[in-house]
Structure formats: C-alpha cells, structure tokens
Ligand binder design. Structure first.
Ligand SMILES: *[C@@H]1O[C@H](CO)[C@@H](O)[C@H](O)[C@H]1NC(C)=O
Ligand SMILES: *[C@@H]1O[C@H](CO)[C@@H](O)[C@H](O)[C@H]1NC(C)=O
Ligand SMILES: *[C@@H]1O[C@H](CO)[C@@H](O)[C@H](O)[C@H]1NC(C)=O
Ligand SMILES: *[C@@H]1O[C@H](CO)[C@@H](O)[C@H](O)[C@H]1NC(C)=O
Length: 420
C-alpha cells in the first residue's frame, strides 16, 4: 500500500512537471502575443517546419528561461547570417514595370555587371577584409579615442539607433549615412524587405520607388522602432540580429561629404533647411537682424549662407548644445556605432559602382540593379577650391571634429589643407 502510494506520488510529480512545462509554454506564447501590437514576426523562422514549438518545449523542460539571450537565440535560430549558402527562401522578385528603354540606357551607361571576373572579386574581398580589420584594430586601440567609443551597445540610446535599417527577409542591416548614396541604398532595402507596396504589390525595381517615399521613415523598419514592436525583448533581438545578419554601411571622405551637404541643402532652394539652419546662421554670423522667411525671397535678395558660415556653424560650441548635428553633417561614428557594431561590409562612395556590385553579389541579390547616380556628384578635387575661403585654423578644428571618421574609414589626413 505504501509502495503504491509512493509510486502514485512519483507519477503525480512527473505529471505535474509535464503540466507545469506546458503551462510555461502557453504563458510564453500568450505573453509574446501581447508584446507590442504586432505579433512576433520573423518570416523565416515561422515558416520553417522545425519551428517555434519544439524548441520551446525542449527549453521549457530544462527550465532555463533566465538566460533570455540564449533562449531567444535558439528560438530564432534562423537561416540568416553571413554564410551565403544558408540563405534560402527568398521569394523571387517580380519583374519591373519600368519600360525597357530605360533599362537599356543604364546598361549602355556601363552598369551591367554580368561580366565581372573572379580575380576582381578576390581583390574586392581582400579590400573588405582589410577595412574590417582596420576597424577592429582601431576599436581595440586604447591610444585612439573619440566620444562614445567605449560605451557598450546596451548604453546606446534608442534614438541613436534610428539609422539602422533592418531587412528580416534576407538578413541584412544597413546603416544609412546621408550624402553617401543613401537614397539608392534605402531603395534597395525597400525592395529587399518588401516594406512598401504599389497597389498591393511590393516594388521590385529600386528605381521605381518615388524619392519622397524613400526618405519617409515609415517606409523602413529601423532599430529604434523595435521597442514598439518587441517591448522588453527589443535589445536581445537587436543583438541576435546583429550577430546573424549581414551589416553594411557606405562612407565617404568626411570633408567632401560636408561640401556635398552644403551644396544640396544651402545652394539649392530648400525651405526646411533654410528655416532651420540658414536663418540662424545668417543672424549669428552675417549680422542680419531681419531675414526673409522663405528661401526664394532670400535668394532673390541675394542673401545666402556661405560655405564659411556653414563651417563656422559646425565649429560653434553653441550648435551642439542646442541640438545634435543634423544627420547630413553628423559624424558617421555617431550614427553607425562602428565600435559597437561589427560591420561585415564597408563600402565607399569613391568606389561606389564596384562596391555596390560586390555587395549585391554577397547578398545574393545581384539580379537587382543598383541605381546609377546621374546627379552632379561632389568631387574630391574641388576640395581645395571650397576650402580656399576657410582659415587654416578653422580647417584644423574641423579636422579634429571629424578626425574619428577620417581614421576609422581609412581616409588620409588632408595635410595639404591643414598646413599654412
Ligand atoms: C599606445 O602608444 C604607446 C606609445 O605611443 C605604445 O607603446 C603602445 O603600444 C600603444 N598601444 C596600443 C594598444 O597600440
Ligand atoms: C509617410 O508615409 C505614411 C504612410 O504611408 C504617410 O501616412 C505619411 O503621410 C508619410 N509622410 C510624409 C512626410 O510623406
Ligand atoms: C553689425 O551691425 C551693427 C549695426 O548695423 C554694427 O554696429 C556692428 O558693428 C555690426 N557688427 C559686425 C560684426 O559687423
Ligand atoms: C556641377 O556642379 C558644379 C558646381 O556646383 C558646376 O560648376 C558644374 O557646372 C555642374 N555640372 C553639371 C554638369 O551640372
């Protein structure tokens, strides 16, 4: 009788363990459904046969929920990552609706990359390895410092993660840097993630996407939006995605980027930049007490900020006190966090065509054509002319301000501009 009772107890115990585990699983599922308004969306994981439940059951019976990182990682063990062979399940993209003539035009312009040879690819890979190594070594070098270098990823505030665009379908993260072909890379990200529809059908050709939609933040899923969707799991998820996905950014000579920003925001009529930045500059540095309220009126009156006003504004300690630099002239290290995020691919605007072709090939999406830029690109050779009006002392201060970007991304110090 006693034996029987003990057996029953043992059985009861086992039963309660099983029931308990099931209850935990249920709890997790229900909880996740409640996190944010959207459900737990990870396309590839959910569509795979060895999906969520078996993993949860295994983990549940081990009762190891405390280590959320490991748990989430196992749960999300998706086919993404750098290994291109593991990337599967990409739905074929629909053919472009654009007329053939325009395609032809771009091919004639030399953007047909179908005839790349392998020696070239090897060189490109070596170059990328070198850029990655430079970043790694500089980030580990105590002698090389810049603000925010030593903080951890967890200490980066959410709003500073707003330049990281995520594509879960292909496992890609792009840190966009304004004035470095970012419109076109954002277009590519929209096509890859199918995040924007035209009459219910996702865009298939980057060139079809209208410019105003490209820069609308609601067209992109960025890291700073994770909180709303994933709640308290957002940091864990970010870290897992950063580990598994292919992360890239494009950079450019920092001084040339500034010239480019000045040209597009202050030489062309831009009402927003006129009101937000040109008006304060005119009042502070050009001794104007009243300035027109619209950019067209100002241009008619011959009132324009000069490149020298712009540089003075950047060097003015009051500027950063009022608000962080606008993204068009904010340092790359402040937007992309190259010491907290280990980038797999660092492209340069100076070699945009080759780098774009290489990257699309790495991402296994080289059926996409990277949009050629027809616009009048700011050339490095103009640098001397542009800086001719800037005192050498200012140039040196400006170099200090952007030094981390110069060094991290392998741009040589512009000695010719910095000596008397
Ligand atoms: C830092 O600089 C010192 C002297 O300039 C050098 O001896 C040391 O090796 C450097 N440290 C690193 C990590 O490069
Ligand atoms: C951005 O897109 C959203 C959704 O499509 C739209 O409601 C909003 O008006 C757009 N914003 C701008 C500035 O165009
Ligand atoms: C600014 O304008 C005022 C009045 O027109 C003048 O007295 C002052 O000297 C000017 N300051 C500079 C720096 O030009
Ligand atoms: C490009 O811009 C420069 C300076 O803004 C100008 O001098 C040149 O004429 C432009 N070229 C074309 C083809 O528009």
């Amino acid at each position: 009788m006693a034996l029987l009772a003990r057996m029953t107890k043992a059985r009861l115990f086992r039963l309660s363990v099983v029931v308990g585990s099931l209850f935990m699983i249920l709890l997790i599922i229900v909880y996740w459904d409640n996190v944010g308004t959207a459900h737990f969306y990870l396309h590839t994981t959910l569509s795979r046969p060895r999906g969520v439940l078996p993993t949860v059951a295994k983990e549940g019976s081990r009762g190891s929920f405390s280590d959320a990182d490991n748990f989430m990682e196992e749960l999300l063990d998706s086919p993404h990552g750098l290994d291109p062979a593991r990337k599967t399940e990409q739905t074929p993209l629909r053919p472009s609706s654009r007329p053939l003539a325009r395609h032809l035009e771009e091919n004639i312009r030399g953007y047909d990359w179908s005839t790349r040879d392998t020696a070239d690819t090897l060189d490109r890979e070596k170059l990328q390895a070198e850029r990655r190594r430079t970043l790694r070594e500089l980030c580990a070098d105590y002698n090389f410092t810049f603000p925010t270098k030593d903080r951890s990823f967890d200490d980066i505030p959410n709003y500073e993660l707003n330049h990281l665009i995520v594509d879960d379908r292909h496992g890609v993260i792009y840190c966009y840097v304004p004035k470095v072909a970012c419109t076109n890379w954002k277009r590519v990200m929209i096509v890859l993630s199918e995040s924007l529809m035209e009459q219910g059908v996702p865009y298939a050709d980057p060139l079809d996407i209208p410019r105003e939609h490209v820069h609308n933040t609601s067209s992109h899923f960025t890291f700073n939006k994770f909180w709303r969707r994933y709640g308290k799991f957002s940091r864990h998820l970010m870290k897992i995605k950063l580990k598994k996905y292919t992360k890239f950014l494009f950079v450019r000579d920092p001084f040339v980027r500034l010239i480019s920003a000045f040209r597009s925001k202050f030489e062309l009529e831009n009402d927003e930049f006129y009101r937000r930045f040109a008006v304060p500059m005119l009042k502070l540095y050009s001794n104007h007490t009243s300035v027109p309220t619209s950019v067209s009126a100002a241009f008619e009156a011959g009132l324009r900020v000069t490149f020298s006003d712009f540089i003075r504004y950047l060097l003015d300690p009051r500027t950063e006190k009022l608000a962080p630099f606008n993204e068009h002239w904010r340092q790359v290290y402040r937007m992309c966090h190259p010491c907290q995020i280990e980038y797999d691919f660092v492209g340069k605007l100076e070699s945009l065509d080759e780098d774009a072709a290489h990257l699309l090939q790495l991402l296994k999406v080289d059926h996409l054509r990277f949009p050629p830029s027809y616009r009048n690109r700011t050339a490095s050779s103009w640098e001397e002319d542009w800086f001719a009006s800037i005192p050498v002392a200012w140039r040196r201060q400006l170099y200090k301000l952007y030094e981390a970007d110069f060094v991290l991304f392998g741009y040589p110090k512009p000695e010719h501009l910095l000596k008397n």
